[in-house]
Design a protein around this ligand. Structure first.
Ligand code: DQA
Length: 144
């Protein structure tokens, strides 16, 4: 069972709650993180969350995960999903299993959102289930 789980949120996810609510819903990032921390704590695990609008800061946080005993990562890389090679490279470098999450069903949206640089090395991908997608990923991490 994963004991230390890191949640990573990419660009613009700090605006959840007010950002395009028809697509991303009304829950704030704080609401989502609080629920995930509760779920982890209920199983005696530790969950930390980090959001950044900057690709390099996300890379730095992934690298730091190799030093702080993180054993599972749940990542919504947001727009960097579709553009970043540095994020999957960092995840490969630290060799920590991860799940890719998207609030929206990216496959129902513009074609540029259909490609993910992360998916090929993810344990799994959850898209379109809103905040529940993070909870499902957390349950998986807690059980694995
Ligand atoms: C997103 C989908 C991405 O295409 C988009 O750039 C985001 C959020 C999602 O959670 O649905 O910022 O990752």
């Amino acid at each position: 069972m994963a004991q230390r789980i890191l949640i990573l949120h990419g660009p613009n996810l700090n605006l959840l709650g007010t950002r395009e609510p028809g697509i991303y819903g009304r829950q704030t990032l704080a609401d989502i993180n609080q629920r995930l921390k509760q779920l982890a704590a209920g199983q005696g695990a530790h969950c930390s969350a980090f959001q950044s609008n900057h690709e390099g800061e996300l890379v730095d946080r992934i690298q730091a995960a190799a030093q702080d005993s993180t054993d599972f990562i749940i990542i919504n890389a947001a727009a960097y999903t579709h553009t970043s090679v540095a994020l999957p490279d960092a995840l490969a470098a630290v060799d920590i299993p991860f799940i890719e999450v998207h609030l929206s069903n990216v496959y129902k949206r513009e074609t540029f959102r259909h490609h993910s640089f992360l998916a090929a090395t993810a344990q799994g991908v959850v898209a379109g289930l809103g905040p529940f997608g993070y909870e499902a990923a957390m349950q998986y991490a807690l059980a694995s």
